[in-house]
Design a protein around this ligand. Sequence first.
Ligand code: URA
Length: 230
Amino acid sequence: MRLDYFVANATTLSRRDAKKAISTGRVRVDGQTCRKPASPVDANTPVSLDEQLLSLPAERYLMLYKPDGVISATTDSQQPTALDLLPADVRHGLHIAGRLDADTTGLLLLTTDGQWSHRITSPRVECPKTYRVTLAEPINDLAITQLQQGVLLHGESRPTRPAKVHPLNAREIDLTLSEGRYHQVKRMLAAVGNHVTELHRWRVGTLVLDDSLVPGHYRELTAEEVNSVC
Ligand code: URA
């Protein structure tokens, strides 16, 4: 990370004031004065400000039960966001690891750790996500096979990756995907001639939405959950 980011995160300074503190020679890296805000450092590099050794706050990881009608964004002037559901002191520095549509409910992960969220969302890692999908029309065997093998989405040239389909009843399936294209579940079901009426994500990697959470509520993840998610 950049030195000014480190200093701003480890102190109460804004990014602008952190840059100023660095360029005026108040910051040492590995014991040497460093005046370049863009210098690369990592979390374990000894960085001091006015001779005081700084340390970064621990990363935070949360699961939130996203209710219907809440958008997966940090701020919005029109609609309530997932971050608005959290107390201000909890919200600070968090971002969303894998968005959901406004009308999709369920498991939303939030963190301060950019590498962790990258692992969850990167197409290379193929971290599976499971959705409970309610359908307008009964699902048929042909559609199940097509979803399992991969379908061509409207306007795209590459079929979706093979998916897992677990029918629960005529109009309800669990669909597990290992990629995250725009509106992917709704578009996959449209591609096989159906229509999604309700969508709920209940699993990401090994993490299952905690059944003690009600919509709008959150809890911290345990260290084991954080380390074993994907
Ligand atoms: N696929 C969708 O269509 N919507 C979501 O919110 C998530 C996956």
